[in-house]
Design a protein around this ligand. Structure first.
Ligand SMILES: Nc1nc2c(ncn2[C@@H]2O[C@H](COP(=O)(O)OP(=O)(O)OP(=O)(O)O)[C@@H](O)[C@H]2O)c(=O)[nH]1
Ligand SMILES: [Mg+2]
Length: 456
């Protein structure tokens, strides 16, 4: 009996106590959820989405690496060994192109004298030039055949290297040298990794190791081929057209052909590998005391890749458009009738006039200025490829300003957002110059973003 009231109290109070406890817990949960929602909202507010757009080979992936170098240097350090197969692939691709073109040219050589006359005075009328003697040509053919045989073990590795980059998938013939988002995890699992003192534990993937070994065994032949007068002549005549990075790597073969080779930053910036699809990269960037989470979207720029861009447009904070102004004498690989500058202008028109991008901040990078200078110094005439250039002086100042004016005119006529435009002349291989440009670009994008969300 004595316990009854207590028990009654228990009966009445217990659920009351329980419900108070539950209410407290529920309140706590609500508070946590609200805090989390707030955190997500704030994080979202600080998320800046930047798309890198431009035709193939305009330098988008190189710019992405520069961002990584300046804002997430440790990640670039970690990934350093994963660039090794791509450097090797670039070297082998260049050698294959040289050998194929030499073979084609030699097999199409017509002699101006009878075929069994090999006197030094008889001459060849091939594309190699009429001044080459028959004797010389015969000697070159022997040289080529000798080098080709020696290089077989190296060139045979191209397909395997390329296939490793796409997780072992079969690569259609003639289609080597591309990567998709996340490729680094395929080649880094992690046979090579950085350790604290910046040396690398060498577990190089087998294919790369084989390629390095093969390269080290034939490096003198590679150098002889690269410096061969027939090769120099065909490059000058544009019968051999190599990737822009080929000369850099072929001049550095002796440094690369060593078993403990680790790509330098310059190597990483110089490599050429086509991007397929869209790759997302994230960086924390601090500008004017604000830490922003940058999501950088690096897209494939070839015509067949551009359909993938649009699904990223509607929430893009900024577009960095790259136009390689050195490409005035080049045509699209995917459509050899279209001049590369014309294609860039068309793409830029699409960017300026696209309603989904109406609110995006626009940055225009007129890239590859180093190559533009080089071409003009070497006497390549702009007006030969772009007739409207007329009689303007064939100088860097004149040509760069001419291209800038054209891109600005497109923006003036086609911009649907009445936006200011930020234009920079860039040379994406120049680390110091690019560092200062990235600081300016970063600040401008963040400022414009803050204004747009009313946080300025
Ligand atoms: N000389 C020189 N080379 C550059 C410059 N910018 C990029 N490159 C080189 O141009 C080549 C192509 O650059 P990428 O960054 O791969 O081009 P991309 O725009 O990403 O091309 P896709 O992925 O096919 O769309 C690479 O070998 C780069 O090293 C530059 O300003 N000057
Ligand atoms: Mg790319």
């Amino acid at each position: 009996m004595a316990r009854r009231p207590r028990s009654e109290q228990e009966l009445f109070n217990a659920p009351v106590q329980h419900s108070a406890e539950a209410e407290k817990v529920s309140k706590q949960i609500d508070e946590e959820l609200s805090k989390e929602a707030d955190r997500i909202r704030r994080r979202k507010i600080r998320e800046v989405k930047v798309m890198l757009l431009g035709q193939a080979e305009s330098g988008k992936s190189t710019l992405q690496k520069q961002f990584q170098l300046h804002y997430a240097a440790k990640t670039l350090e970690r990934e350093r060994p994963t660039w090794r197969p791509i450097v090797l692939l670039n070297i082998i691709q260049a050698l294959r192109t040289i050998l194929e073109e030499l073979e084609f040219e030699f097999s199409h050589t017509q002699t101006s004298s009878s075929s069994n006359d090999v006197s030094p005075s008889s001459s060849s009328s091939s594309l190699l030039g009429s001044s080459i003697s028959e004797l010389q040509l015969a000697k070159w053919k022997v040289d080529l055949s000798h080098v080709r045989t020696k290089l077989v073990p190296l060139t045979a590795i191209e397909e395997s290297l390329s296939s490793d980059l796409v997780g072992g998938a079969m690569i259609p013939r003639g289609r080597s040298g591309f990567v998709r988002a996340g490729w680094q995890s395929l080649v880094s699992s992690m046979r090579a990794r950085a350790v604290a003192d910046n040396t690398y534990v060498d577990h190089t993937p087998e294919t790369s190791q084989l390629a390095i070994k093969a390269l080290s065994m034939v490096q003198d032949d590679v150098t002889r081929l690269w410096n061969h007068p027939a090769v120099k002549k065909l490059i000058k005549l544009r019968k051999i057209v190599l990737q822009e990075s080929a000369a850099y790597f072929l001049n550095n073969v002796s440094r690369i052909a060593v078993s403990n080779y680790v790509p330098t930053t310059e190597d990483i910036l110089n490599v050429r590998i086509q991007t397929l699809g869209v790759s997302e990269h994230s960086f924390e960037i601090s500008v004017s005391g604000q830490t922003m989470n940058w999501l950088l979207y690096d897209v494939g720029g070839a015509r067949g890749q551009r359909h993938a861009w649009v699904s990223y447009f509607d929430d893009a904070t900024a577009i960095i458009f790259l136009a390689p102004i050195s490409a005035f004498d080049q045509y699209l690989e995917e459509d050899p009738r279209t001049n590369r500058i014309d294609d860039s202008l068309q793409l830029w028109t699409m960017v300026c006039s696209n309603l989904l991008l109406k609110k995006a901040h626009l940055v225009l990078m007129l890239n590859k200025t180093d190559l533009l200078r080089e071409k003009l110094i070497n006497g390549i005439k702009v007006r030969k490829y772009i007739t409207s250039y007329g009689d303007r002086p064939n100088t860097y100042e004149e040509a760069s300003e001419y291209f800038r004016a054209h891109f600005l005119q497109v923006h003036r006529r086609k911009d649907v957002g009445k936006r200011s435009i930020y234009v920079h002349f860039t040379s994406m291989l120049d680390v110091q110059a690019t560092r200062s440009i990235l600081a300016v670009v970063g600040e401008a994008i963040v400022r414009s973003y803050m204004e747009s969300v009313g946080l300025s």
